[in-house]
Design a protein around this ligand. Structure first.
Ligand code: ADP
Ligand code: MG
Length: 681
């Protein structure tokens, strides 16, 4: 069975249709049969006319009471037919369908499928599809509905699909080993492809779908696990000096490390002393102390004779890192330097020269580090902070500046482990699941606009005590719809001139120039601004320990993980801190989400909840995380299956890393077939 056969050779596909199919990225027979329906319409079970609700899409089985009558109105011809069943009658109309004129015979039965109107017991159905009774061309079955954008019609694609499935049915080679099919009670591949498109019953469809979801997730997870295994064997990395003790720098810190930090550092130390390259995701909630972990790792790298690169998403953050690194590492004679785009040309030249000579040990910066002329003498450790701001490619670019350097990717977005294994499937994972002691819980409250006045009084009180405030809102420009969304500029104006006229109010948003943004942020940090109104650009962390309250406008518009990330901007100092979630959401889910935020400060709990309550793909901007494109599975909806499949996959890989055993040969093909070309690390 040649699934790579061009789609033009499928029955019913002519040159014009080839073009339309190509627009849907369907080039081969395989592309065709894996073009899965968006949903199905069940046109198999008729409903009594009298029981139909208004606007319901239904199948009715009824007898023609009249011949079709034609009504002409200007250029429009309306064809009208009256039918009935034993419950009621219904008027059926079509527009400009001349061929219908002699289609119906009085006294004969037909089935009609379409949207019905029920106006107080008077029924009308417009432009339904239909069959003579006993025929199941357009009705009488479950019909797939495909996601279509081009001018290809559902009917045409359905016909082509029927030919495609006819051709492959019985000829598809099973790609899941029998022992797995049996254990998980999965449908055979031929039935699965047939029934995903043309199921006889809903339960046939469900079985087909779950088998195909399983197949896809299994292939993906196995491919990722193998990739990770492979990296360990292929890449000779740096073996750091086991005589350089992390403890030497740890004991100089002004605080004790948390147990979680210690554990994670042990994992990192072990990796660093191995001669394979480390690829590790360091996950920890905001404020969990990831930076110091990277400082200790950098110490080890430098003292072993290598350089380190620390990449942060903004200049302010890079600057903050520089200060932290210098404070701890300078006493050891380690030289840290900052490279951001605002560094003058002359200074930059000097820095680049020193870097190449090895006179700089640790280079900290932004995207500026990625430029071609940034050349290290011997880069051994790469740390990227707040990974979701960097693409996989950028990570690869900075890594390529060393000779298989060790890599630590730091992320403050707590992702449930199940998902992390997919999103960062190529990385080992370390989790800091503990906050430093004496962190105060951020008191969180959900309120509506009735609280505006009281809230203003409270904010003023805090500012008068010397604190600062953040106000976050979702949009930048003045909102041109009436959805009531606040925009930064609009809001800043109002707060500046009315509510908080006696305070220093500034605003910040993503469309401002980086320099402007940095200036404002710096001023806020220096205490020269009382209230900072901002979009989510502040979610990536600059420490302003004096800020003790954050008000989030239209909180219902944000994902929970994002709210949590934002909230992490306060509570960074010694002051009791507050987060106020202003929202006008009335739905149950919205209330539930606000409740979660008020009840817990644990990022992992929140992200699990987010997943549960949203269950959809826009979960903290998945695109940025490089979620692989899936044809049928949904990482969020299928999280339970995913868990099961991960267990299975890790057993398989542990037992047979190269999938060479007889029983696993199908799996090897499955991976190669599905993902080898798609996963680029
Ligand atoms: P994040 O994980 O969000 O990057 P940081 O590394 O910025 O967190 O740490 C937040 C703050 O907590 C910093 O001021 C840091 O010095 C401090 N910190 C980190 N670890 C500890 C600890 N074990 N005990 C006390 N304070 C700590
Ligand atoms: Mg950080």
């Amino acid at each position: 069975m040649d699934l790579n056969k061009e789609v033009q050779f499928v029955k019913g596909v002519g040159p014009n249709r080839v073009k339309l199919l190509n627009k849907l990225n369907i080039y081969t027979l395989k592309d065709l049969i894996t073009y899965f329906p968006r949903n199905h319409e069940d046109r198999s079970i008729p409903k009594k006319i009298a029981e139909c609700e208004d606007e319901e899409t239904v199948l009715i089985k009824a007898t023609a009471l009249t011949k079709i009558t034609e009504i002409r109105a200007r250029r429009l011809s309306i064809y009208r037919l009256v039918v009935n069943d034993d419950s009621s009658s219904c008027v059926i109309t079509w527009y400009n369908q001349k061929y219908l004129k002699d289609k119906f015979k009085v006294g004969e039965k037909y089935t009609f499928y379409g949207k019905i109107e029920n106006k107080g017991g008077t029924f009308e159905m417009k432009s339904p599809v239909f069959d003579e009774d006993g025929v199941d061309k357009n009705t009488g079955k479950i019909v797939p509905i495909y996601p279509l954008t081009s001018s290809l019609s559902q009917n045409v694609l359905r016909k082509i699909m029927e030919s495609g499935i006819d051709e492959v049915y019985g000829n598809l080679e099973e790609n899941i080993p029998n022992y797995i099919l049996q254990k998980y009670k999965l449908l055979d591949i031929n039935e699965a492809y047939k029934n995903i498109h043309f199921p006889k019953t809903n339960s046939d469809f469900i079985k087909a779908k779950s088998r195909l979801v399983f197949e896809e997730l299994l292939a993906l997870q196995l491919a990722l696990f193998r990739l990770k295994e492979g990296q360990k064997f292929d890449e000779k990395g740096i073996k750091y000096d086991s005589n350089v003790k992390m403890q030497d720098v740890i004991k100089t810190l002004p605080f004790n490390l948390t147990n979680a930090q210690k554990r994670v550092l042990e994992e990192i130390n072990k990796d660093m002393e191995k001669d394979t390259a480390m690829n590790r995701l360091l996950q920890g909630d905001v404020g969990s102390g990831k930076t110091v972990v990277s400082i200790v790792a950098a110490y080890k790298a430098v003292k072993s004779g290598y350089q380190a690169a620390i990449m942060a998403p903004t200049a302010i953050l890079a600057d903050q890192h520089l200060k932290n690194f210098t404070k701890i590492l300078e006493p050891f004679g380690i030289r840290c330097e900052l490279l951001v785009s605002s560094v003058t040309k002359k200074n930059k030249e000097k820095i680049l020269e020193k870097l190449q000579n090895g006179e700089i040990d640790i280079l900290i910066g932004t995207h500026a580090l990625l430029e071609d002329n940034v050349v290290f003498k011997n880069l051994g450790l790469v740390v990227t902070d707040e990974q979701h701001r960097f693409g996989v490619k950028q990570r690869a670019t900075i890594v390529s500046k060393g000779n298989n350097p060790d890599v630590i990717v730091m992320s403050a977005t707590p992702i449930p482990r199940t998902l992390a294994l997919i999103l960062y499937g190529d990385l080992d994972i370390s989790i800091i699941d503990e906050l430093p002691p004496n962190r105060k819980k951020i008191e969180t409250y959900a309120v509506n606009k009735e609280y505006d006045e009281r809230l203003a009084v409270f904010v003023k009180k805090l500012i008068n005590e010397g604190r600062q405030a953040y106000i976050v809102c979702p949009l930048v420009e003045e909102s041109d719809d009436d959805s009531g969304l606040k925009s930064v500029v609009e809001l800043a104006e109002k707060y500046k001139t009315e509510v908080f006229s006696e305070y220093r109010v500034e605003y910040l948003h993503g469309k401002m120039k980086p320099k402007e943004k940095d200036d404002i942020m710096q001023k806020f940090k220096n205490g020269e601004i009382d209230i900072l109104i901002s979009t989510t650009v502040i979610e990536v962390g600059v420490d302003v320990p004096n800020a003790s309250i954050m008000i989030i406008e239209n909180a219902e518009r944000f994902g929970l993980a994002q709210l949590h990330q934002l909230r992490g901007r306060v509570g960074r100092g010694e002051f009791k801190s507050y987060c106020i979630l202003k929202n006008e959401g009335h739905s149950k889910v919205c209330k539930e989400r606000m409740k979660v935020m008020c009840q817990t400060n644990d990022g992992f709990v929140i992200s699990e909840k987010d997943l549960e309550l949203r269950g959809s793909g826009d979960f903290f901007g998945t695109a940025q995380h490089g979620v692989p494109e899936l044809k049928i599975a949904n990482l969020f909806e299928n999280i339970r299956e995913l868990k099961e499949i991960q267990e299975l996959s890790s057993q398989i890989i542990a037992d047979d890393p190269n999938l060479e055993q007889e029983k696993n040969l199908r799996l090897k093909n499955l991976i190669e077939d599905k993902f080898t070309s798609r996963i680029e690390i």
